[in-house]
Ligand binder design. Structure first.
Ligand SMILES: C[S@@+](CC[C@H](N)C(=O)[O-])C[C@H]1O[C@@H](n2cnc3c(N)ncnc32)[C@H](O)[C@@H]1O
Length: 337
């Protein structure tokens, strides 16, 4: 059955592959070989963030509270980016009629099976499509009254939230339908890192530095690494997006002046904050009190470390273009201000 699941998956019969995989694991729950065959086949194309994300209790609970506050029985909800179906089921549990779409076909098929297993198939329709390919009335009977979205990457924009919500607002929502969350922003601070930057320089006597051309700027910081990074300024909010406002929802570029506490600065730490309204926020700063965000943070290294005196201003410019977040910085010594 496990092999059959793998073959079905390869042929694009993803719902059948998920059903066969479920049956295979039920038939041989102890078998690691069965799990191996299924895992290698079905995980193909599934991004690795899904499991940490589903285990991120603070994230799940913040969405659950906001959904219970915003959704009322009979409401038509569009959720963009089903994943495992968690947010869609929370909306259905609150009484909504939900259309949810997922760009990755195996994830969509698995979400459909999860929704079915939890008894929500009559109220949650999982559509295996990117949101910009949805249409009314083929996929949704009528425009939605609320759009729920969690298509935020570590750098906020890197899962395409701006374009997806722009398109949904234009075609799939009633005028003025609220977004959940309604707001999100970038958070940042100057930072010093005790870890050597991971740059390719001379390796075994060869100049390999050109290989750095193939890397994206920014180090992903895993959780609980406070001992490796210090903030060298206050934290700041930039690029505040308001998804209830007309597209493009907020500024494309913004400069913030951060006051250095002095000494060497290696770069700019960046993370995200979501604002659900009614005082409910969720921040991915891995060094915050509650820590443990599945998003983590990014350290954008300067081309070379900056030496600063206390009070020097570092002007940090953040801009976003399509799905990319760009960071640049200039020092203004205190004496020249
Ligand atoms: C960060 S996960 C969130 C999953 C789920 N909503 C949750 O919160 O547990 C985002 C998911 O949305 C999908 N996705 C991203 N942009 C999408 C789009 N425009 N249309 C459909 N699916 C999208 C990705 O493939 C991914 O599975």
């Amino acid at each position: 059955m496990a092999m059959l699941s793998a073959v079905l998956h390869e042929k694009g019969l993803v719902d059948d592959a998920v059903a066969m995989a479920t049956a295979a694991i039920e038939a041989a729950p102890e078998s690691m070989a069965v799990r191996d065959i299924i895992g290698y086949a079905l995980s193909n194309g599934v991004q690795s963030f899904h499991v940490p994300m589903l285990l991120d209790h603070a994230r799940n609970a913040a969405y659950a509270r906001a959904i219970r506050r915003m959704v009322h029985p009979g409401m038509r909800v569009l959720e963009i980016g089903t994943g495992g179906g968690l947010l869609a089921m929370l909306c259905a549990e609150a009484g909504a009629i939900v259309t949810t779409c997922e760009a990755q076909p195996t994830i969509a098929a698995t979400a459909r099976a999860i929704v079915d297993r939890n008894g929500f198939s009559d109220r949650v329709r999982v559509i295996s499509k990117r949101s910009d390919l949805l249409s009314i009335p083929e996929d949704m009977d009528a425009p939605a009254e609320l759009v729920v979205h969690e298509i935020f990457g570590r750098r906020l924009f890197d899962e395409g939230v701006t374009a997806a919500l722009r398109d949904a607002r234009a075609r799939l929502l009633v005028a003025g339908a609220p977004a959940l969350p309604p707001r999100a922003e970038i958070r940042c601070a100057l930072a010093r890192s005790v870890d050597a930057r991971r740059r390719v320089v001379t390796i075994e006597g060869f100049d390999m530095s050109l290989f750095n051309l193939l890397t994206v700027p920014g180090r992903q910081l895993r959780l609980k690494k406070r001992e490796h990074v210090d903030y060298c300024s206050e934290t700041a909010s930039v690029l505040r997006m308001d998804y209830d406002a007309p597209s493009p929802f907020g500024p494309q570029t913004e400069t913030v002046s951060l006051v250095s506490t002095g000494g060497r600065i290696d770069g700019v730490m960046q993370w995200i904050r979501l604002d659900f309204g009614a005082g409910e926020t969720l921040e991915s700063d891995p060094f915050s009190e509650d820590g443990a965000s599945s998003w983590g943070a990014t350290l954008f290294d300067f081309a070379a470390p900056l030496e600063t005196a206390p009070g020097d201003i570092v002007e940090v410019t953040l801009s976003h273009k399509d799905m990319r977040l760009l960071v640049d910085a200039v020092v203004r010594p205190r004496s020249t201000m």
